[in-house]
Design a protein. Sequence first.
Length: 344
Amino acid sequence: MQVNEVVLPGIGEPESLSVRTRELPGPGPGQAVVRVEASGVSFAEQQMRRGKYYDQPAFPFVPGYDLVGIVEAIGPAGSGGSVSPVQLGERVAALTKIGGWADRVVLEIADLVPVPDGVAPIDAETAVVNGVTAWRMLWRSARVRPGQTILVLGAGGGVGSTLVQLATHVGIRVIGTASKSQHDRLRELGVIPVDYHDDVRARVRELAPDGVAAVFDHVGGPGITDSWHMLARGGTLVSYGTAATKNVPGNPRLPVLKLLAQLALWNLLPNGRSTTFFNLWAGKARHPARYRAELREDLGQVFALLADGSITAQVARTFPLTDAGAALRYAESGGVAGKVVLLP
Ligand SMILES: NC(=O)c1ccc[n+]([C@@H]2O[C@H](COP(=O)([O-])OP(=O)(O)OC[C@H]3O[C@@H](n4cnc5c(N)ncnc54)[C@H](OP(=O)(O)O)[C@@H]3O)[C@@H](O)[C@H]2O)c1
């Protein structure tokens, strides 16, 4: 069986991505071959091509943070002779961090999450990394209540447009920052848009004079201080990225460590507010069984909301897998409305 996959050769422009074909080893015990139907372009690949992702592997490697596809082959039963929880021909989703930009992948069966009937593969794809990140930050990190007001930075992006829908669906009032071109679309999603090129802090003070119950900040950098100051008493700052430092040269871990130190300091202050840094991968290495169970649970919840129409997939644009370079270039162009999806 052969696989076509996209290779990131080293630090470089999106156009440096190339496609290679190789023989795919058969699945081992506990593994399955998934024929990929859709794979996502995430912000992580913008960082990886710059060598700026916190724990990226050595070059060259195949990027691709998440995917949806069909189980095409299942490996031999392990020594315990256990029955596979997925069936041949079943549609599944997986969070891979790297490796998803391929037309076939070999994955651990335990990492596969079934996609419900009635959810199209492209739609499901928009909900994998974005859906789990958004769901966990809203319900596990911030624990906001209906009727409260939150602020979502980058509300038009992949994670942002999923998060705002999960929140408005249960009656949370959402203020979302985005560039102007995204504002009409955000209003349609029930969000109060604010241009992040304006004075966001002043505008949020007008809209929520007592502050907001939570701020979701993927930007980091000096602006994190504004996010902290916009919180109401009892509010939580959920920090989950350092997009502001994408082009800052140097060790990719430094901006994250600096941010963590700042968050920890604020947490020590007796001021009735709190901070947390959300990491999608936390617990995976130490408690893999619990991690996988929670992934099935959380992604299952987001898929159910997609299936019953409570939230809608935000697909910015699709590209053939072989045009991954153009897709990444487009994803970096600014004002992108939702998720960029690759189709093998
Ligand atoms: N910690 C974790 O475990 C975890 C997991 C998943 C994702 N993430 C993070 O989540 C973030 C979003 O990922 P994504 O794939 O959804 O990216 P995306 O689709 O590219 O969305 C990013 C959004 O940020 C907006 N933006 C850029 N600069 C901004 C600023 N200064 N203020 C406010 N908004 C700004 C962009 O808006 P315009 O295009 O309009 O400029 C864009 O809509 C990334 O930083 C990623 O690292 C973290």
